[in-house]
Design a binder for this molecule. Structure first.
Ligand code: SF4
Length: 354
């Protein structure tokens, strides 16, 4: 086997920069040996910045109502089999109360693009959480909104915003989304969020329909240039009520390899080992942490709605209470050599030597 691939990984670690062609070479060169080399390097860098700490985010899935129709998504507007719900402000605050008592210091409010959550409604929720829990961060993951809307949410106290770019190739974006959704608007939203002052997260699915290694290389190049604070990547998993129901799921191994490359690219990035990774592989979250991830997002949503927030099939952890879920996860990650810390878990910006 050529050692050029190893040299490329070394150069990535030294310069934090590769050309599109070089990224493509790295994506194409995936095999168990290269992945293990990348994972070791990623783990060393992750330990230099974050030690063995794992940051936890309490995920509250506030609504499965969405005006959009992304072709891969189980809660897309045209799925008539989806049992819809939305949480009230009081229900969301109750989830945060439970989460705070369990040690969560970041709450992630995630949902479809549900018009019920106007700026007034959302700002009220965000400011209630921030005044009740002054030592906590609020992350929003609520899709595309206007500049004014993002600005109002930021001024109300929201700290972070997750908006997956899904693919950095406009043509591929069109294959994953209906005509009324636009790649440019998605990218514009990410820039706007950054300009306003949010800690911003992007991300993509691995193995999504029609994805090529060039697409993944473009994703990595985009991540290199945009330099997000957070990056959520997980394998594509088909949902039986979507047009993509017959496409195969993405690979846990390639997802872990990409996690390692992203950690090497940006050693201080906040990188979750996603629930989707834990769904395609029973030990996916542990493997993700060992590949360089440093964040987990246990579910704080009421158990009565968990199964309804079904973006893809066979999602794990939809039955247990939040406390049980956290206990189980803590034990599992301890066995993998990590420990959960009780903190907001902000990005560490200055670390000597990395
Ligand atoms: S991916 Fe997001 S925006 Fe698209 S349909 Fe699903 S919830 Fe709505």
């Amino acid at each position: 086997m050529s050692t050029d691939f190893y040299q490329l990984i070394d150069r990535l670690a030294d310069t934090r920069h590769l050309s599109l062609r070089e990224w493509e070479t790295l994506v194409d060169s995936f095999n168990a040996d290269i992945a293990s080399y990348a994972a070791n390097k990623a783990l060393t860098l992750r330990k230099a910045v974050y030690g063995n700490d794992v940051y936890i985010r309490g995920l509250v899935e506030i609504s499965n109502i969405c005006k959009n129709d992304c072709l891969y998504c189980g809660i897309r507007h045209s799925n008539r089999n989806c049992d819809r719900y939305r949480l009230s402000s009081d229900q969301i605050l109750d989830c945060c109360k439970v989460g705070y008592s369990l040690g969560f210091r970041t709450f992630v409010l995630q949902g479809g693009e549900d018009p019920y959550y106007t700026d007034d409604v959302l700002c009220g929720i965000v400011s209630s959480i921030k005044s009740a829990y002054v030592d906590c961060a609020v992350t929003l993951s609520l899709g595309e909104r206007s500049y004014n809307s993002y600005k109002r949410l930021f001024d109300a106290g929201a700290d972070r915003y997750l908006l997956r770019h899904e693919t950095a190739n406009e043509e591929h974006y069109k294959q994953l989304h209906p005509e009324n959704m636009s790649y440019r608007s998605r990218m514009e939203c990410l820039k706007t969020l950054r300009k306003i002052g949010f800690q911003v997260g992007c991300g993509m699915m691995v193995g999504s329909p029609y994805q090529t290694s060039k697409d993944l290389a473009k994703d990595l190049k985009f991540i290199q240039e945009f330099s997000p604070d957070m990056c959520g990547i997980g394998p594509f998993i088909p949902h039986s009520d979507t047009p993509f129901k017959d496409f195969p799921a993405g690979s846990a191994e390639i997802t872990c390899y990409l996690l390692s490359l992203i950690r090497i690219l940006k050693p201080n990035i906040l990188l979750p080992a996603t629930t989707a990774l834990g769904t395609v592989d029973a030990f996916g979250r542990e493997k993700g942490l060992l590949a360089g991830a440093n964040v987990l997002m246990p579910n704080l949503s009421p158990t009565s709605v968990r199964k309804k927030y079904s973006l893809y099939n066979n999602k794990i952890c939809t039955g247990e209470e939040a406390a049980e879920c956290l206990r189980c996860l803590s034990e599992r990650i301890k066995k993998a050599g990590f420990h959960i810390v009780q903190s907001r878990g902000d990005i560490i910006t200055a670390t000597k030597g990395v």
